[in-house]
Write a protein that binds this ligand. Sequence first.
Ligand code: TEU
Length: 569
Amino acid sequence: RLPRDWWKSAVVYQIYPRSFADGDGDGIGDLRGIIDRLDHLKRLGVDVVWLSPVYRSPMDDNGYDISDYQDIDPLFGTLAEMDELIAAAHARGLRVVMDLVVNHTSDEHAWFEESRSSRSSLKRDWYVWRDPRPGFLGGTPGAEPNNWGAAFSGSAWAWDEATGQYYLHLFSPKQPDLNWEHPEVREAVYAMMRWWLARGVDGFRMDVINLISKDQAYADGPVPDGGLYGDNFKAVACGPRLPEFLKEMHTEVFAGHDRPFLTVGEMPGVTVELAQEYTDAANAELDMVFQFEHVDLDSGPGGKWDVRPLHLTALKASLGRWQAGLAQRGWNSLYWDNHDQPRAVSRFGNDDPQHRVRSAKALATVLHLHRGTPYVYQGEELGMTNYPFQGIEDFEDLESVNHYHEAVAHGADPERVLAALRYKGRDNARTPMQWDASAHAGFTSGDPWIAVNPNYVDINVAAQVDDPDSVLSHYRSLIDLRHDEPTVADGDFTMLLPDDERVYAFTRAHEGTELLVVANLSDDDGVAVPVDDAQAWSEAELVSTNGPVAQGDSPITLSAWEARVYRRS
Ligand code: TEU
């Protein structure tokens, strides 16, 4: 029987179903495509598959707007195929984690349709309805209940003419926020979760779960310099009842089962102190959270699109603080990218052909040797890169498209807006998975819904699967290392050389075994790694390398984007 914290030695693979593999030739990835490709995951050696949403949805936000939690969208397949997928995954020893999007539903969900049908609807309070600001005529500028902006541009309030009130949507107007203060909402969500667990699902990745307990005052937020709307972050993130709701969910859904589950809460803006509470096993809330600090380091005060250079020292300080903060209580999840972030190698590495392979491998080494559960986002294991977007017409994502129009309408330079979108736009992560060098990268026999990255001819699974020096093979060996070497899963973490601008170095220690991880995250060759005890370390066993190594070189010297893991006991 697996221990309760089995996920400490596990690796999770994230699938964005729309872009993974298309089984029926309509140009959109689907469940059949995933079933057909499960052996890729088996070969890679991951333990868990997390599926981004496949529920019935109008697809305003590619499935993060759900209109029926207990059905599969016809674009992706059927419930019978979902059962088949779960069985096929389990047959290969893979667990299946679904995305749980319960901060909001689609505006086309039956709950919302009933809620908006009249002010006296029995489900009226399942969502957040408010009157216009006193003295204002509803639906006119400034009449919104408060000044909050939505994540996908515009106000966070949408006017409902028929019932004369506004509803809250922290994301798009097609994603109305559920009112978690209402016990019936919580019970309905828990019942739905139990239904999926009974179908064989092994856990949930919980979308923006730290936004479900809002400050009930719904007061105006501070407007940042040059901003259009008030910031709602303090009023909605990590709110007062969040621990209570998470504990209740745990009791109502997961407690008392004899099966090994995994729960991970997506929590933009969470602090390490709060993450400690949410992930402390003694609190019975969540197994781990996704924090955002390291993916916000290249943002300025103007937010996500205010792009700033990324400094390695800041990255190490941030990830190092999370390692230290969750050392005794709680647990980290580890990720470089996902479906909302640019490609890891294009952001933290160097996607120039000269450095791409080595930098992708070095980044993987660093991440997978941290203490925590690593997440691999589809294509990351190939070193897939950002897409060469040109104009705004190349973008599909509502976040990018809305932001462009809003910013340009308010006087921003279109070229500058586009430069930020090219670097950070979510579509970078959403171009199709690159399977082979055939048409459309083997993703579909039809017309892909979004363009395939032209570099698929060189960067694809078929080209890497039998190449021992490929990015893919390197991921495979790092995943094996986590399974085989207890120090990777359980060891203490100590950051070294915090002020070094080029080298990421740390040790892991567990029951008399020590690992030293050194990585040169720069384009420079001949970079010395001035760790204590370099002579002894350079003679230790090398358990992972990225590049040819002259054993016993002291001081340890690394070429561009070279990474090594030494082991001694
Ligand atoms: O993302 C929430 C989130 O905080 C951001 O990553 C957000 O998507 C955006 O990039 C802010 O700039 C989750 C999902 O991962 C995302 O795909 C959804 O669009 C969003 O929630 C709404 O469900």
